[in-house]
Design a protein around this ligand. Structure first.
Ligand code: SF4
Length: 307
């Protein structure tokens, strides 16, 4: 089990020095080992900033990121090893390195194998695990398609023997047919190796396929969390309900789909009270002045005065 407590906020100074952008407020969540915790929200809600903070690519400007220690299968205790699978497989691989060196680098850096023969053996094994060939180690990234490059990225992440993989929109840059192949590979690897995923996406259909637990994020805060089945089957927050109305339902093909109305407000000047109130059909006077806290509801949590 992984307990993650992200810092009070990520704050970026704008050109006007007195104004700050609150990308992420305090968030805490627990991910059971071998499961997927997904964070969903529209562009600009702070989910990618949170992912980058979790993996250490962006430093919080207030507070600190806290991971509970975990006990590994080999008996060692310590903070989890966290690795990221990036959105864009075209930009995340060094074009001047052979694929074998790209995958071998973390193995060498972390001293996970002692000699070069063992390192290259591991590289070959990883390429086969992600559905590529051992001989691909000698080729350069430009020789591969987008889906194959994402397989290489996954192999590199696995090479670190990470306990916790942060996947930031890992398929959004790929064709739809290839997306399904990569998602199925991730599910297969999770079952085979007990991997734990923090999965970031704006695509609810993808999230439904992947998630055990789910958090809906709006303007830097979680507004609803819970088991994925429950959030999809019985959404409590008006924002979650609106998000769900935008996705197709194969069981109800004739159901009317409403597009999401309005824009996410600027995090530089968020609305007072509940940040969702300018777009919420249920908004009442209290919503305009009092921010609803995230409180425990059933198996999850909810930030709404009327949930
Ligand atoms: Fe809507 Fe009010 Fe609930 Fe916010 S607190 S989601 S404005 S009903």
């Amino acid at each position: 089990r992984f307990d993650v407590s992200a810092p009070a906020l990520s704050r970026l100074l704008t050109r006007e020095p007195c104004r700050i952008l609150r990308a992420v407020e305090t968030v805490s969540f627990t991910v059971e080992r071998g499961t997927t915790f997904s964070i969903v929200g529209e562009s600009g809600c702070g989910k990618s900033t949170l992912a980058r903070m979790v993996v250490g690519l962006q430093r919080p400007t207030e507070g600190a990121l806290h991971f509970s220690d975990i006990t590994r299968i080999d008996g060692t205790i310590g903070p989890p090893r966290v690795q990221m699978i990036f959105q864009d497989p075209y930009a995340s691989l060094n074009p001047r390195w052979r694929v074998g060196d790209i995958i071998a680098e973390p193995i060498r850096e972390l001293k996970l194998r002692q000699d070069e023969a063992a390192i290259m053996q591991r590289v070959g094994d990883l390429l086969e695990i992600v559905g590529l060939s051992r001989t691909d180690a000698s080729r350069y990234p430009h020789a591969f398609s987008g889906g194959q490059r994402q397989r290489i990225s996954i192999a590199r992440a696995l090479a670190t023997e990470a306990d916790f993989l942060v996947c930031d929109e890992p398929t959004s840059a790929l064709d739809v047919s290839v997306q399904a192949q990569i998602l199925n590979l991730m599910v297969k690897l999770q079952k085979e190796f007990g991997l734990t995923y923090l999965f970031i996406s704006h695509n609810l259909s993808v999230v439904r396929h992947m998630s055990d637990q789910l958090a809906i994020m709006y303007l830097g805060r979680f507004v609803e969390t819970g088991p994925a089945d429950e959030v999809f089957g019985n959404p409590r927050h008006p924002y979650t309900r609106l998000l769900l109305e935008t996705i197709p339902d194969v069981e109800k093909p004739n159901r009317a789909r409403r597009p999401m109305s309005g824009e996410v407000p600027s995090p530089i000047a968020p609305p007072p009270g509940c940040a969702f109130h300018p777009r919420c059909a249920m908004a009442a006077d209290i919503c305009r002045v009092e921010r609803p806290p995230l409180r425990i509801v059933a198996a999850g949590a909810l930030a709404c005065h009327f949930g």
